[in-house]
Design a protein around this ligand. Structure first.
Ligand SMILES: Cc1ncc(COP(=O)(O)O)c(C=O)c1O
Length: 374
């Protein structure tokens, strides 16, 4: 098996697992309890909070732990938006967001909010000038993802957040895909809220975080007891929180050592190896995550391509049912023609990917395409 789907999920880093294990065994205390076992759990949560904060240049009290990217995005749209309702009820987000942003936004429409969905350009880029056209006097929130999960296109977040600040609008970015692959610095990005998803960065599934800049209006999405600075109720998932903290520490070192350049090298090799196969590349040619290669095989279906090479784990960008092509909402928003988008396949490499795996993958892809075309 050659795993080239690191944008879908990542394996747990061995050191993350090692850090987590004691909290699944003897260190089982509840951090709300005042005896030693509880205090130990509380210390572990606070260490993890510091590790996450260090990774994104935030203060630890600006981080809350959640069950993942989906919950963090729901918290922004249901918690933060709700608290802003007296100020205004208009939200700007984009057509290419993950469903965990788009669907809570639509839900808020049913509660009387209005949502504007900004289209990307043909490279999947959200242009700050286009955002400006959607601003209204009652706009209270702008949410634009840092990097798109399909195309890998990196959005000009610092420029967009400047616009938001100028108009006194809260700004959120979903950094589920960018974290661990490129620098994510809340000060440089100028964001008020930022979504973190553990399983995209070598921590387990079911853990995530939300950065909430000090002073940002906030109301919890999860109500209950006073955990997480009264911002997210529920007894803390200690082992997973410890895992997320450790993963952030490990990836911080990797980025400092510029190991992400290695991802780009592998991704570029993969592209070079297959680009003569009547294939187009989707997404922005420069502003792209170092690990992502989203392509369209001309005249073929992405589903069939993947089925014909079961050794390779990758994702498609379209589904075909009864002869009808349903492009992903991202490709549709970019204006990709169904005949071309039908052949979409996303390859995404990760830190464990080796050069040998990439060479082997090129060989398999070439053979498969030749077979399907003959
Ligand atoms: C951009 C983006 N946001 C949010 C999520 C959801 O995160 P989680 O799976 O942790 O709920 C994903 C996961 O695919 C994602 O790619």
């Amino acid at each position: 098996m050659i795993y080239l789907d690191y944008n879908a999920t990542t394996p747990i880093h061995p050191k993350v697992k090692e850090a987590m294990l004691p909290f699944l065994e003897e260190k089982f205390g509840n951090p709300s309890c005042s005896y030693a076992l509880g205090k130990e759990a509380k210390r572990a949560v606070e260490t993890a909070r510091q590790q996450v904060a260090n990774f994104i240049n935030a203060q630890p009290e600006e981080i809350i732990f959640t069950s993942g990217g989906t919950e963090s995005n729901n918290t922004v749209f249901k918690g933060v938006l709700w608290v802003l309702k007296e100020k205004g009820r208009h939200v700007i987000t984009t057509q290419i967001e993950h469903p965990s942003v788009l669907n809570p936004a639509l839900f808020m429409e049913s509660l009387g909010f209005e949502v504007s969905l900004v289209p990307p350009n043909k490279d999947g880029l959200i242009e700050p000038e286009v955002i400006k056209r959607y601003l209204r006097g009652d706009t209270v929130l702008i949410s634009v993802m840092h990097a798109n999960n399909e195309t890998g296109t990196i959005q000009p977040i610092a420029e967009i957040s400047k616009i938001a600040k100028e108009y006194g609008i809260i700004f959120h970015t979903d950094a589920a895909q960018s974290l661990g692959k490129i620098e994510v610095n809340v000060e440089k990005l100028g964001v008020d809220l930022l979504t973190i998803a553990g399983h995209k960065l070598y921590a387990p599934k079911g853990i995530g975080g939300l950065y909430i800049r000090k002073g940002t209006p906030f109301s919890p999405f999860m109500h209950g007891a006073g955990q997480e600075i009264a911002k997210r109720a529920g007894t803390e998932n200690i082992a997973y929180i410890v895992g997320l903290g450790k993963a952030c520490e490990i990836l911080r070192e990797k980025l400092k050592g510029k190991e992400n350049l290695h991802l780009a090298k592998l991704r570029d090799r993969l592209w070079k190896g297959i680009k003569d196969l009547e294939v187009v590349r989707f997404g922005h040619p420069e502003h792209c995550l170092p690990n992502t290669l989203f392509v369209g095989f001309k005249g073929l279906s992405g589903e069939k391509v993947l089925k014909a090479m079961p050794e390779i784990c990758a994702s498609t960008g379209a589904a075909c049912h009864s002869g009808q092509v349903n492009l992903s909402h991202v490709l549709s928003a970019m204006g990709v023609a169904p005949e071309l988008g039908k052949g979409a396949v996303r390859f995404s490499v990760g830190y464990p990917t080796t050069e040998e795996e990439v060479e082997k993958a090129i060989e398999i892809i070439k053979e498969t395409i030749a077979k399907l075309k003959s």
